[in-house]
Design a protein around this ligand. Structure first.
Ligand code: BYC
Length: 330
């Protein structure tokens, strides 16, 4: 099993009494709902957790361009192509806001990217699944961006100021992304029987990977308790997964598609659906680097980074030349 997935006593969230005066004052600010800004004192664990989560989130946006970018040249109409192009460009922008937010914590974008390429940082499991046909682009927009919004709307209230502000802007764009995906699904599901079958097949393949996006079940989540105490996370993984299921099932019904879960059932008492858990062994394999597309995704990212090296170096050389000229002129 994945090493960091083992919970120990050391993972326990400490009470105010067990904290140093500085930590206690910090925790009380978080409890009051104050935002923490980059230059302010913060516990080292808080800083590290944020770098891990924001960095992972930024990488997900950038790697997430690959499965959709694959379909830009094959979009069925000019309008669909323009829309998809804009969406994929938005993801690059999201990555940049997030890398900038992480940089305020004292880590550079280059360092984060090196860690990703060395396999020492993660990105969302979902992007290790292939997009086999156009219906998959609909399913990604509807389900993947739908799950992303469910996770990110509460993160607008996260305690770290730069992350929270990045989330506000990202969420506005994500809701457009989700709607464009649903619009593709609607066209396919109300189209010919063959198109409807493609939409159903895409839903079948993306349903459980989308549920995995929220992370392991609460009992196996190593970081949730501390991250929630610090208000880095606002909800548990299972809470958000449940909300996503409850929101998505009626959307599937409207499309006339069925969720690939024979045990899915409305539970009146809890006011939500009972549903089958994803195959967690598959999830742990994917985040350990053994999903269907992990190697392909990383090779594409490393190649893009290497191919762009001359351009980054030219920018730095140009900036240095201008700075030298400015100093000489003064
Ligand atoms: N994939 O203790 P836990 C997008 C890891 S981009 C991979 O519950 P935590 C989009 C976790 O990192 C969407 N790894 O962790 C872009 C930890 O391992 P480490 C990206 C996962 O952090 C382009 C271990 O499992 N969204 O939507 O408390 C086009 C234990 O988990 C995953 C974000 O990044 C996963 N799914 O909770 C279209 C949102 N889940 O780090 C769309 C921000 C867990 O100890 N992140 N792990 O080695 C979060 O909200 C939280 O980090 C998570 C996980 C809920 C994902």
């Amino acid at each position: 099993m994945y090493a960091q997935m083992v919970k120990t006593d050391a993972d326990r969230v400490r009470s105010l009494d067990e904290m140093s005066p500085e930590e206690r004052a910090f925790q009380e600010r978080v409890d009051r709902g104050e935002k923490i800004e980059p230059k302010e004192w913060m516990p080292e664990g808080y800083r590290k957790t944020l770098i891990r989560q924001i960095g992972q989130h930024a990488h997900s946006e950038i790697v997430g361009q690959l499965p959709e970018g694959n379909w830009i040249t094959r979009a069925p109409t000019l309008e669909r192509k323009a829309i998809l192009l804009a969406k994929v460009q938005d993801e690059a922008g999201h990555g940049l806001y997030l890398y900038c937010a992480a940089e305020t914590l004292g880590v550079s974008r280059d360092e984060l990217i090196e860690l990703l390429h060395a396999g020492k940082m993660k990105y969302s499991s979902i992007f290790n699944y292939p997009t086999l046909n156009w219906a998959d682009i609909g399913a990604v927009g509807w389900l993947v961006d739908g799950a992303a919004i469910m996770n990110q709307v509460p993160l607008q209230r996260t305690s770290f100021g730069p992350y929270s502000r990045a989330m506000i802007r990202i969420c506005k764009e994500e809701s457009f992304h989700q709607r464009q995906g649903y619009d593709i699904m609607m066209k396919m599901a109300k189209g010919t029987p063959a198109q409807k079958a493609m939409a159903q097949d895409a839903l079948n393949r993306f349903w459980y990977p989308a549920l995995m996006m929220f992370g392991p079940s609460d009992k196996d989540s190593v970081h949730s308790a501390q991250s929630m105490a610090w208000k880095i996370k606002i909800n548990t993984n299972d809470e958000l997964r449940q909300k996503f299921v409850d929101q998505t099932v009626p959307q599937a019904q409207y499309l006339g598609l069925s969720i690939p879960d024979p045990d899915l059932k409305w539970n009146e008492e809890k006011g939500g659906y009972d549903y089958s858990e994803p195959d967690w062994s598959e999830f742990f394999e994917v985040i350990a680097g053994n999903g269907p597309c992990n190697r392909e995704r990383m090779n594409a990212r490393v190649k893009a980074w290497e191919d762009g090296r001359w351009f980054r170096e030219a920018l730095v050389a140009h900036a240095e030349k201008r700075a030298t000229a400015r100093i000489a002129a003064e």
